[in-house]
Design a protein around this ligand. Sequence first.
Ligand SMILES: *[C@@H]1O[C@H](CO)[C@@H](O)[C@H](O)[C@H]1NC(C)=O
Ligand SMILES: [Zn+2]
Length: 435
Amino acid sequence: MNMPNDQSIQQPPSDSNLNLPTASPCASALGAIVQEFLPNLTTYSEFYRQVHRNPELSSLEAETAALVARHLLALDFKVHTQIGGHGVVGILKNGPGKTILTRAELDALPIREQTDLAYKSSKTMTDRYGNERPVMHACGHDMNMAALLAASALLHAARERWSGTLITLFQPDEEETGGARAMLNDGLYSKIPVPDVLLAQHVIPLAPPGKAAVQPGPVLVAADAINVRVTGGPCKGSLNPQICVDSIQLSTQILTHLPAYVRDTIASGEDATVACWGFHAGIPGIDYPAHADFLLDVKTRKEDVRQAALKLIEKKIRDECRAANAPKEPEFKYSVRAPLTSNDKDTTERVQAAFEAFFGAGAVPVPRNSACEDFPLLAGERDVPYTYWFFGGCQAAEGGEVPTNHSPFFAPEIETALKAGTEAMALAVLAFVGK
Ligand SMILES: *[C@@H]1O[C@H](CO)[C@@H](O)[C@H](O)[C@H]1NC(C)=O
Ligand SMILES: [Zn+2]
């Protein structure tokens, strides 16, 4: 999950008592399987500590992938490796029925860990661009992996109680949202069965500790990137290069006003945020910069708002360049960083019923956030329905602040989070393949 760094920090609800299952007998029967077959989680908390201590940056997840593959082989899964980079997929065929694909992420972030945990990372590595970087599992992908492996062990042990095919997919390069597409482009669905349902979960401090939060519809934002080039230089009709449009000044003026302009122009109550994520202009020795390049990040929560925001941004920049007499129209290159993550209604209601029966009041709505994901791309061209949810396991520090994902202080409580993530993932799978 890819987080903005301006995320506000809230304290999760403090009540973490598990309510007894009360909903439909079917949904609570699933809970009984989970309780009966929950594995000894020590193996998976050790896996967590080991991976936390030895994180790997996006697209460089070789050791993590090998460790995950070893765990899956020990559970009798058929294992594929090196799909779309270091992608690992395990398959457990267990009779006729639905095929359920579950997904976790392999990669960590270029962040220097500032916790004082015994298993903290003090590692650095050279990233794919050639820069030496600190590395930390600051998003909790180590926890997502540990929970998926533990749920796999649970479902393997409980295989007499369900029928179908379980696929566990460990995706590389999630933080830069390239891995899902890389796995597809590497022929993922020619190597493994096409699933009927996709499931993924993420540990997040905003979800109540020990519980899961899910809902139908949008749960994570869409993120678009726009590369803009604003051209300056000598004005039309002038032979004198000193009489020119300053592309740096023009661009900074645009950037100063654009975020508020978009926010205020898009209908109130809708989310459309614009941020500048990069700026480059000027060459040493040349006194007027021919052009300025900047990178915009645009986050939205609805397709029509997204279209409106992108149009508005382009029009505003064109208008500003014309008003400043720029000698050339600005240029725009669009790319989708992450699609909207919007949960399928029927699929998600089924997961929600299983969570409510098991976690009781813990099956809460998804906290509003501005993170994004490339998970929906795994549906490929096939429109496979999916559900993505959060699980909690982070207690507030003194003063009520919870270090959020991508914080150098990010530190889930291992036992609480691991148990919740294992239970939630196993429940969600059983909701589709349980007997
Ligand atoms: C789980 O496994 C660990 C390590 O093998 C062991 O020390 C512990 O007693 C086990 N816990 C339970 C509840 O069996
Ligand atoms: Zn993440």
